[in-house]
Design a protein around this ligand. Structure first.
Ligand code: SF4
Length: 346
């Protein structure tokens, strides 16, 4: 994969920490004091396709668009971390600091939709990255792709943790779009150990309100719930989402699908919450049939213990009381307008 050039090196120094990449024969590690790393942005132009079809148990949609690879937000639990290993990078710090911008994404999307529009009922922005990384403010790749979706009248689902989505209110308010804010923790104190570089929960709720007030459908994603840690936040999160105009909600259980992700998650847990480490890991194992990285269970509503059943009941109770609607997978979303697409637009 050609990566055109390093576009910028900016601040945000982080310690280097990457588990061994299973696709590389050799790997190197630092001895002694940990080295530090800065954010690097690479540009990629040669991709043939921009629409990805997936069957991951971590998401409930079929077609997605990702304008970036890697994610500056650096959530320690992110199931997308191992995708960075396909590029020859690590699933740890590399995922957060070596970011690839697919600079021809809007052009590719338009070309692809000319061929495939009839087979794609909706597109989701998110899967292997957040569509509103800070660098999106400059690149505007998500924004340009949204314009393409608007032209093709494709319903859009977005999952983000960033208030930058407010920039695109002008486009989203003219489309069939649902924006989910991923807010799995109610307070900064609970969020920071797992979401070190993500805008704080309060900021995400404010962005939710801005979009709701603009008439855009919004939702909350309690994703993921960290077993034995974040269940008590469920009622407060749903209530605050309701206050801020959300009409949809869903919840997922933490899943650590690869060894490298498990290793990174565990290391950060040890570093940030040493006294809770054993309890959280133990509970993840119990929920996942005895393995931290089990794929056996899907991630939605699928723990195995009484603890998880209580969490689901609590979610259901508040979900009904507050009048939320279910998460709508892309396959169920219907276009607002059924008119034929105006080919002259393209
Ligand atoms: S914001 Fe989403 S894609 Fe980015 S690191 Fe967090 S969970 Fe992963």
């Amino acid at each position: 994969m050609p990566l055109a050039r390093i576009w910028a090196i900016v601040s945000s120094v982080r310690y280097v920490s990457n588990p061994p990449n299973p696709y590389l024969k050799y790997s190197a590690d630092f001895l002694g004091e940990p080295s530090t790393v800065k954010l690097e942005i690479f540009e990629e132009t040669a991709t043939k396709k921009i629409i990805t079809e997936n069957n991951s148990p971590d998401v409930g949609f079929r077609f997605s668009v990702n304008c970036y690879r890697g994610c500056i937000h650096g959530c320690t639990y992110c199931f997308a971390r191992p995708y960075h290993e396909y590029l020859g990078y690590g699933a740890g710090t590399d995922f957060e600091t070596k970011i690839v911008a697919k600079i021809n994404a809007p052009t590719l999307l338009r070309d692809e939709l000319k061929r495939t529009r009839k087979t794609i009922d909706s597109l989701n922005f998110s899967f292997t990255t957040d569509p509103y990384l800070p660098i999106e403010a400059d690149y505007e790749l998500t924004r340009e792709c949204l314009k393409v979706c608007r032209d093709f009248r494709i319903p859009v689902g977005i999952v983000t943790k960033s208030p930058l989505v407010m920039r695109d209110v002008d486009i989203l308010s003219g489309m069939n779009a649902t924006v989910y804010f991923s807010i799995p923790f109610a307070t900064i104190e609970k969020s920071k150990p797992f979401e070190p570089y993500v805008p704080v929960p309060e900021t995400r709720f404010r962005a939710m309100k801005t979009l709701s007030d603009a008439g855009i459908e919004t939702g909350i994603a309690l994703a993921p719930i960290i077993p034995s840690y974040s269940e008590p936040d469920i009622p407060a999160l749903l209530e605050r989402a309701k206050e801020n105009g959300a009409t949809r909600a869903f919840m997922t259980l933490l899943r650590l699908p690869t060894d490298s992700l498990r290793e990174y998650f565990t290391a950060r847990l040890e570093e940030k919450l040493p006294t809770k480490r054993d309890r959280i890991l133990h509970q993840i194992m119990r929920e996942r049939g005895g393995k931290l990285n089990s794929n056996e269970f899907g991630s939605r509503m699928s723990g195995t213990t009484e603890n998880w059943r209580i969490a689901v009941k609590m979610f259901d109770l508040h979900f009904k009381k507050l009048g939320f609607k279910k998460y709508e997978a892309s396959a169920q979303m219907k276009p607002t307008i059924d008119e034929p697409i105006q080919q002259s637009l393209f």
